[in-house]
Design a binder for this molecule. Structure first.
Ligand code: NAI
Ligand code: MG
Length: 492
């Protein structure tokens, strides 16, 4: 079996791509500037990456525009477009170990997750959308009079795609799959914390045969490269995943050019455990729902509502599991939790831990950093949390769980909905009536019953309220990359 060091080296053995992908060419940024991407486990610089800004975005958008308006892509049969997406999925599968290692190096997530969760979902998402390419149908519509009316679904045009650092490759796949299936061209702006796997995917996309300009990648910062993409007149749509406040800025900056927008934002998702649930299953599912990916999940079940009579047992079981969780080098296959992505997130999370303590919640596990190097934080559980505490209201985006006691179903529904967010919710119970009441009345885009974090490329995902706009994945996710055109023909 490979040692931890060997796994780590596997990530850097091949030459890392660090340039911008524009019009089928790898280029330095026009300013010549670079930025460092760090290994969050060691805090060391992995490598310097070309830093794109407005000038590079302009070139990338022009390339995407040209590829959309007059390139071979528009004339490519839908079925062949699908085959190219399949080919990309196959190439990713052939390189799965290297890609998983690279993701772990840049992001810090455990290799067991990048290799066995993120990467398989990436491949599945691309294959799912590859299958859609030649199945994007319009309708025939019986309108009044002697007319024949039909609709067709056309690609929205040039898509600007801005993604975060928590699932770098998976977010790339969620953005590329439907855009390419619909026949769009795109400019991707990866997160400044984790640019490396998107660039590697760009190399594989060229190998898969996508024509120049169809896929462009410009790493850089949000306020420069990201903002330039949002305000560029040549972009038809922005798909964004990240923080709500950033989405507000994007919405304002996109207003001038009336861009189509889809947002996938944060949450403070309620996870509700009734006393009649299989409590061991609920505890295991809640651990996954909370601590997967170091708690850096938009849909993390951060507000755990536990019914009074089961409360103490659930808290004790969770605390024991949190204390036993294996933190360490993410390249160790036995590691369950790696470091947070960067110092900013690390500091933000620890400040919430302090707030929880000072507001009077009871810390029953964790509550401090782990070790003295790397951005590791012990899985932290607060009990006796009140709804008005900061740790129960605000998105922490780290391994910090708030356990809240409740008595009745009506009460818990009201309290679950007492948030500006609405991304996901879960309920654990053996009573099918209660489960459906929760599914019916909790205002969230995804409801999990007796499970958590079950994702599938075919199932739409997105938020109510401040958690988002539109849906990704499934047929809904594809629609977001199309415009409907209505054609009416006089019959005499
Ligand atoms: P962010 O929203 O600032 O960054 C996400 C992406 O947007 C990055 O690619 C960034 O470069 C870009 N961006 C930033 N400002 C922009 C602008 N003005 N115009 C265009 N693009 C811009 O999120 P950040 O700073 O990485 O994390 C802050 C907090 O956001 C986290 O602590 C967490 O609470 C939340 N978050 C939520 C995510 C989710 O999946 N819903 C993912 C990442 C962060
Ligand atoms: Mg930010």
């Amino acid at each position: 079996m490979a040692t931890v060091t060997e796994h780590r080296h596997a990530a850097t053995r091949r030459k890392l791509q660090t340039k911008l992908l524009i019009d089928g060419q790898w280029r330095e940024s026009q300013s010549g500037k670079t930025f460092a991407t760090l290994d969050p486990c060691t805090e060391d610089v992995i490598i310097e990456v070309s830093e794109g800004d407005a000038a590079d975005i302009d070139l990338a958008v022009k390339a995407a525009r040209k590829a959309f308006d007059s390139g071979p892509w528009r004339k490519t049969d839908a079925r062949d477009r699908g085959r190219m997406i399949y080919k990309l999925a196959d190439l990713i599968e052939e390189n799965i170990d290297d890609l998983a290692a690279l993701e772990t190096l840049d992001n810090g997530k455990p290799i067991s997750e990048s290799r066995h969760a993120d990467l398989p979902l990436v491949i599945d998402c691309l294959r799912y959308y590859a299958g859609w390419a030649d199945k994007i149908h319009g309708q025939t519509i019986p309108i009044r009079g002697k007319h024949f009316c039909y609709t067709k679904r056309e690609p929205v045009g040039v898509a600007g795609q801005i993604i975060p650092w928590n699932f770098p490759m998976l977010m790339t796949a969620w953005k590329w799959g439907p855009a390419l299936a619909a026949g769009c061209t795109l400019v991707l702006k990866p997160a400044e914390q984790t640019p490396l796997t998107a660039l590697r995917m760009g190399e594989l996309a060229l190998e898969a045969g996508f024509p120049a300009g169809v896929i462009n990648i410009v790493p850089g910062y949000g306020e420069t490269a990201g903002a330039a993409l949002v305000s560029h007149k040549g972009v038809d749509k922005i798909a964004f995943t990240g923080e709500g406040r950033t989405a507000e800025i994007i919405m304002r900056n996109a207003a001038d050019s009336m861009k189509r927008l889809t947002f996938e934002l944060g949450g403070k998702s309620p996870n509700i455990v009734f006393a009649d649930a299989d409590l061991d299953a609920a505890v295991n599912g809640s651990m996954v729902g909370m601590f997967l990916n170091q708690g850096q999940c938009c849909c993390a079940g951060t507000r755990l509502f536990v019914q009074e009579s089961a409360h103490d047992e659930v808290v004790a079981k969770l605390a024991a599991k949190a204390k036993a969780r294996k933190l360490g080098d993410p390249f160790d296959p036995a590691t369950e939790q790696g470091p947070q992505v960067d110092r900013a997130q690390f500091d933000k999370i620890l400040s919430y831990v302090d707030k929880g303590k000072s507001e009077g919640a009871q810390c029953v596990a964790g509550g401090e950093r782990h070790g003295d190097k790397g951005f590791f934080i012990r899985p932290t559980i607060f009990a006796d949390v009140r709804d008005d505490m900061a740790i129960a209201r605000e998105e922490i985006f780290g391994p910090v769980l708030s356990v809240i006691k409740f008595k009745t179903i009506d009460e818990v529904i009201a309290r679950a909905n007492g948030t500006e967010y609405g991304l996901a919710a879960a309920v654990w119970t053996r009573d099918i009536g209660k489960a459906h009441a929760i599914a019916d009345q909790v205002r969230a885009g995804t409801i999990w019953i007796n499970c958590y974090d079950v994702f599938d490329a075919a199932a739409p995902f997105g938020g109510f309220k401040r958690s988002g706009l539109g849906r990704e994945l499934g047929e809904k996710g594809l629609e977001a990359y199309t415009e409907t055109k209505t054609v009416t023909i006089a019959l005499d």
